[in-house]
Design a protein. Structure first.
Length: 608
């Protein structure tokens, strides 16, 4: 056994966290394989010998349609998907170059999963989604301190003058400064210290803050939870608690943060929005949504629970604006229905959402009545924009006359799109298949909601075009190291977790719903319904749901990190910020999504 063979596991995650003896035992019971270029390592359906780790060379992994889903190189492993299920290969692996492989026998691999948590976590793609659960942050005991604290708090040195410390607090609008020396927290100085110690005792302005600070203040570790903060503050009558890891300051929690948290439950948002008296009041409420997003994710809520709660707030804000519009312009002169499409329609809004909406009006309305709804739609859309739901870049809004029409015109729209599925029709139909009533007379939508899916599903040409449209968004899989990033521009070296992460699954789920005439709008609910209805196979369905959970959860976690760093949330994730563990599982999720896209492209979307 060469030195390279002995040491390879010592720097390869997750084996690097094991003891030397444990790694040696793995090597002693594993097999070294030399595979010539072009040779098949295993084929779909074949019983796997074990988990393969690439020491040198490249391996091409293809799906059952022969489409390459990944090209793996040194330190990548493959075969785990089949081993985690029934031991049968779910892909075909072929050597693209002469390869040197380490094969960890299947029985040993299963033992490692049971005996070592690090290995189990690494290979369990659904671990984070399962751990997330559906809990709600009803109390401080359910949220970690990192969701409460302000990261990178303002600091000063012990030698800082009290007058300079006062100016920093004034300019930054803060009530304390953490005192740091040689990278370590040594004290804290508050506004109360400045008043009670410096000003009250008439100390010179040049006095160092070390003379008035609280030395060696009480601190909490990042593993603390919200109730730890509350109890410590109450016991010792503190208004500020630094968060410290190995002596290094990483954040601070104040009484204001606790108050903000208690006011950041989704139910409070809904109640406040429903009774808001002005657009300004609504904007103040929605301005707190990013912080709510941080709390919900930090409390361990699964992505579909979080996005549902965020969307509920948008729904209430919209309904309040509809009532405000009626109060401003008078009672509506005809029946109407305001509907949302896009992420709001699917109840999947995150911290970054524009508005997508339309109006269905009763047939036979006059020009004067049309004028009423033109002003009505403008008021509501402007209100949504003021609340952070920015105008749709594609003008998919009720302010556009095209999307503010009587029922009969809407019927003509859908019939035309289905009968003549040109590119624009495919795009518009995709958006409109996610329509959800928000406020008004829901009976105006009944026939459209019932008849359109039937007509669409029965037109094979339309469904074929829709399937092609559903494959227009690719996954960010590269040929070599797995993940392909944006190559130029403002978002260079990032992955668009919306366009190339979530949207491909949204498109697949919409196609499954169309095939099965399923009533669900939410993407995860569509996938589950398609699985139950046999539209997709048991194995393919479960894999896709797991993959979607991981991608959507990663997207939300990225947004919360950006928010905590003091920036507006976005969808552009730099893979370099992920651990090897996270990158590996994210790549696996994209491989699953690409495989299901390939199946749909081959006309076998049912996979049953």
């Amino acid at each position: 056994m060469t030195e390279e063979q002995i040491t390879i596991l010592s720097y390869l995650h997750p084996y690097d966290v094991l003891s030397d003896d444990a790694r040696k035992a793995i090597l002693d019971h594993s097999e070294w394989c030399d595979v010539a270029q072009g040779a098949t390592i295993y084929t779909i359906g074949q019983r796997l010998r074990g988990l393969y780790v690439i020491v040198s060379g490249q391996v091409s992994v293809t799906d059952e349609n022969g489409a390459q889903v990944s090209l793996l190189s040194r330190e990548n492993s493959f075969g785990e998907r089949g081993l985690l299920r029934d031991g049968l290969a779910v892909t075909t692996a072929t050597a693209q170059q002469d390869c040197r492989l380490l094969c960890i026998p299947a029985a040993l691999f299963q033992s490692l999963l049971k005996e070592h948590d690090a290995i189990a976590r690494f290979f369990n793609r659904t671990g984070r989604a399962q751990a997330a659960g559906n809990t709600l942050p009803d109390t401080l005991s359910s949220v970690r301190v990192e969701a409460l604290m302000a990261a990178n708090p303002a600091t000063c040195s012990p030698e800082t003058k009290v007058s300079d410390a006062a100016k920093i607090m004034r300019d930054k609008h803060i009530s304390c400064l953490c005192v740091v020396s040689n990278g370590q927290l040594v004290g804290i100085v508050t506004l109360r210290d400045l008043v009670n110690k410096a000003m009250a005792d008439d100390l010179p302005n040049a006095t160092a803050v070390s003379a008035i600070m609280t030395a060696k203040p009480r601190v909490l570790p990042p593993s603390a939870i919200g109730s730890d903060v509350l109890h410590t503050m109450m016991e010792y009558r503190l208004g500020h608690l630094p968060v410290v890891s190995a002596g290094r300051l990483i954040g601070i929690v104040t009484q204001t943060d606790l108050t903000r948290f208690q006011a950041s439950h989704a139910a409070n948002f809904v109640s406040e929005a429903a009774h808001a008296q002005s657009i300004q009041d609504l904007a103040e409420i929605t301005g707190r949504i990013p912080r709510l997003l941080v709390h919900l994710v930090a409390a361990g809520n699964r992505h579909d629970v979080v996005t549902r709660m965020i969307t509920d707030i948008a729904d209430v804000v919209t309904r309040r604006l509809l009532r405000m519009a009626e109060e401003k312009f008078g009672p509506p002169p005809a029946r109407y229905l305001w509907l949302a499409c896009g992420s709001q329609g699917r109840q999947e809004q995150t911290g970054v959402s524009d508005q997508d909406n339309c109006l269905i009006l009763q047939d036979g309305i006059s020009d004067d009545q049309r004028s009423y709804f033109e002003a009505f739609a403008q008021f509501v859309s402007d209100g949504l924009h003021a609340c952070g739901y920015v105008y749709c870049p594609g003008d998919m809004m009720a302010t556009n006359p095209r999307w503010r029409q009587p029922v009969s015109v809407w019927n003509d729209y859908f019939q035309g799109w289905i009968a003549s599925p040109v590119k624009e029709a495919q795009m518009l139909a995709s958006v409109m298949f996610d329509l959800r009533p928000i406020g008004g007379d829901t009976t105006l939508f009944d026939d459209l909601q019932t008849n359109t899916p039937k007509a669409a599903a029965s037109n094979s040409i339309f469904t074929a075009h829709m399937a092609t449209n559903a494959l227009s968004h690719g996954t960010p899989l590269g040929l070599l190291r797995g993940l392909s990033t944006i190559r130029a521009g403002e978002h260079r070296n990032t992955i668009d977790m919306k366009l190339n992460g979530v949207v491909p699954v949204v498109d697949l789920a919409r196609m499954y719903a169309l095939q099965g005439q399923l009533p669900e709008l939410n993407t995860r609910a569509r996938l589950q319904a398609a699985l139950s209805a046999g539209i997709i196979s048991e194995s393919g369905g479960h894999d896709l749901i797991d993959a979607y959970d991981l991608v959507a959860q990663t997207r939300l976690e990225h947004q919360t990190k950006v928010i905590k760093d003091g920036h507006a949330p976005d969808n552009f994730l730099p893979p370099a910020t992920l651990s090897g563990f996270e990158r590996s599982h994210l790549r696996d999720a994209f491989v699953v999504i690409k495989t299901m896209q390939s199946a749909l492209m081959q006309g076998r979307g049912t996979l049953a």
